[in-house]
Design a protein around this ligand. Sequence first.
Ligand code: PA5
Length: 438
Amino acid sequence: MALQQSIDLALDSNIGGGGLAQAALDDALGLVGEAMKRLAEDDASGRLPLLHMPRTTDDLASIREAAAFLRDDATDVVVLGVGGSSLGGQTLAQLKDYAVPGTGRFTESPRIHFLDNLDPITFDRVLHKLPLSSTRFVAISKSGGTGETLMQTIAVLTALEKAGLRAHPKDVFLGVSEPRKDGVKNALRDLLEPEGVRFLDHHTGIGGRYSVLTNVGLLPAAALGLDIEAIRRGAADAYEPFRNGAAAKDAPAALGAALNVAAAKAGKGIAVTMAYADRLERFTRWWVQLWAESVGKDGKGTQPVAAIGPVDQHSQQQLYLAGPNDKLFTVLTTGVAGKGPVMNEGLSKRAGQAAFAGKTIGDLVAAQGRAMADTFAKNSRPTRQIHIETLDERALGELLMHFMLETILAGYAMGVDPFDQPAVEEAKILAKEYLAQG
Ligand code: PA5
């Protein structure tokens, strides 16, 4: 297991009155224990195909084949889709520097673009700048009916037409959507299939925000050359304690769920995940969506907040340490000590920072992550620490599965359905009505 979790700094016995009482955690562990029984039934009955995904291998060849189509002589790959149809792919792509400040611009071909937010100016600019003749597109929508994705797709088809490209859309486009169901419209398929565009089937039993281990997340990952089998192996690592029937306190994702449930009951209405790694920034955004859409219902849930370190120490730390004590913190660190540029002795002295001499940037970041968790604790702010020594495909797969399991179990324990999103659907339908009204 790559993921090491400690909740010591969340307990009042270690950090004082602002922490969580062991008795409250024990109560939450009881609820999560019951939730684990439900999860085991989900696994046995096949009701939750996500639980079988880590050990699935029979779809990898088709994902790799589709990824090869996207990569073939391509300078750019554009992924159209929103929410759970995009954030998982983005999270994995960040291992290859996608959206990493500074380095993202220097990534090797194909460059990847996830156009998730719908912004007319961005879309115009991207379509004008892209070398359309060497760009491949993939449109991802489970329902096939999401307005943002449909507009993007129509805009791309129109741009291809206007550019007078002889290439037929089928040579540059792929789709991912659920198979057609009798009597149910799938607008994305209706748009692209008449053009001859090939579709990969979106898993019907796995919703968007839980789809990172399916072709939704793994296709963009494979297009960037990531080891998608290792991602699934890592996910299997996170699920292993559940397969082995471990007690809630011994299964890291269950313990994490209990911590969140206990924090919510203790009035900590905000959950902050602060990752000390540029390559986990998209992960924090993926988790925000996962947590918010899964547990925020029936008047329940806690507010997820994404932060990264050390930069947000210069942005949010003041509030975190001296504002209301209404948060549960998760500080995520990676093994960066000894990595990065080494500080020159003379220059360090000239800057009045003799202690920098011979140290690396990674040494400082490692010290900051540790100091941040300890400072939260000293200020009686409950804090969970997660450390991953080497952030690679397997470790990221484990982290993703850990948080999906944690979210499902917390949802079960809080008494909400972690899989639906009625409020999102409501707004989607209303927006279409307003658009039609002009
Ligand atoms: O996680 C979810 O279920 C949502 O965020 C969806 O992924 C999002 O609304 C997009 O839906 P679809 O994939 O049907 O286009």
